[in-house]
Ligand binder design. Structure first.
Ligand code: SAM
Length: 280
């Protein structure tokens, strides 16, 4: 890949212009290369998923993630979002940024939780161990645990991508309520779900998730869907204002990203709790 001209960006200064295709190609490359230390499967999966799934590029270019935010990635898998945000901070934002994208989400700190020990190990190998090995500190933390019982720490953004259909409705509602209370004023929840009303795309998505769950050895099965209207209502009941964005361009799925903002800014925000580390 061609190296872009490097220029240090001073605080408050916008990086020089660069094409979207060039920027995205570099981010994808840097974010997936990190997984080489976690094995060829993790690396290939990262490269493939970042190339095929439109949600990751959208999160980087949309301005939905403010610079410096604490991001809680619930059901983080192998920590792909954290790796991408690290790539933004480490490289692309310094080397130029497309003028029609939102501000680069630099300096974000990610706390990820996932039930799968294997996924968390991959995330740690790719993102935690390297920082520690070079004498630095890792901004990102990965916790192996069940999101149904884990205390969510206070944060600016909660991200939940393709996770809630692995649990029943009352657990889904409980997670949405706790996500709302964990958000600091002005914070937002970014929830991606399949629209159960779009039958073919939704069923295909469930089938693919079931297959991936078998291949990757998850202990859970993805079977609890809702229609887009039902997801909206569930979020609004928790005090969110919701904007749906189609999020399966170029794929056969029926996915939607729900951008949910807290409407009650004075809602009680819990004191940041020390994260419970399970199975660490
Ligand atoms: C389809 S993957 C999505 C991974 C990641 N969000 C992404 O988009 O790359 C679903 C993830 O949810 C996790 N998961 C399912 N139920 C969970 C639970 N109760 N607690 C924590 N993680 C859970 C699975 O282990 C899996 O990694």
């Amino acid at each position: 890949m061609n190296a872009a001209p490097s220029a240090v960006v001073r605080p408050g200064q916008r990086p020089q212009a660069r094409s979207p295709a060039q920027t995205w190609a570099q981010l994808r490359e840097v974010a997936s290369r990190r997984y080489q230390s976690a094995g060829p499967f993790a690396w290939r999966f990262a490269h493939g998923k970042l190339g095929l799934d439109p949600v990751f590029r959208h999160l980087v270019q949309s301005g939905l993630l403010p610079a410096g935010a604490h991001v809680l990635d619930i059901g983080c898998g192998q920590g792909l979002l954290a790796s991408l945000l690290r790539a933004v901070t480490d490289t692309a934002a310094h080397q130029g940024w497309p003028p029609d994208w939102g501000p680069p989400p630099q300096g974000c700190r990610v706390t990820g939780i996932d039930l799968s020990h294997r996924e968390i190990e991959r995330a740690r190998q790719a993102l935690e161990s390297r920082a520690f090995a070079s004498g630095g500190t890792s901004f990102d933390r990965f916790v192996c645990g069940d999101l149904r019982t884990w205390d969510f720490p206070a944060c600016e953004v909660v991200v939940i991508l393709d996770v809630l259909h692995y649990m029943g409705r009352s657990d889904q509602d409980d997670v949405l309520g706790r996500a709302c209370r964990a958000l600091r004023p002005g914070g937002r929840l970014l929830l991606r779900v399949g629209d159960g009303q779009a039958r073919t795309g939704f069923r295909f998505g469930q089938w693919v998730d079931w297959l991936v769950a078998r291949v990757r050895g998850y202990d859970v099965s993805p079977f609890h869907g809702r229609t887009l209207a039902e997801w909206r209502q569930a979020l609004e009941r928790q005090g969110f204002e919701v904007e749906p964005r189609p999020m399966s361009q170029g794929t056969p799925f029926a996915n939607v990203l729900l951008v949910a903002r807290r409407t009650h800014e004075d809602a009680a925000v819990p004191a940041p709790s020390p994260d419970k580390e399970l199975n660490r």
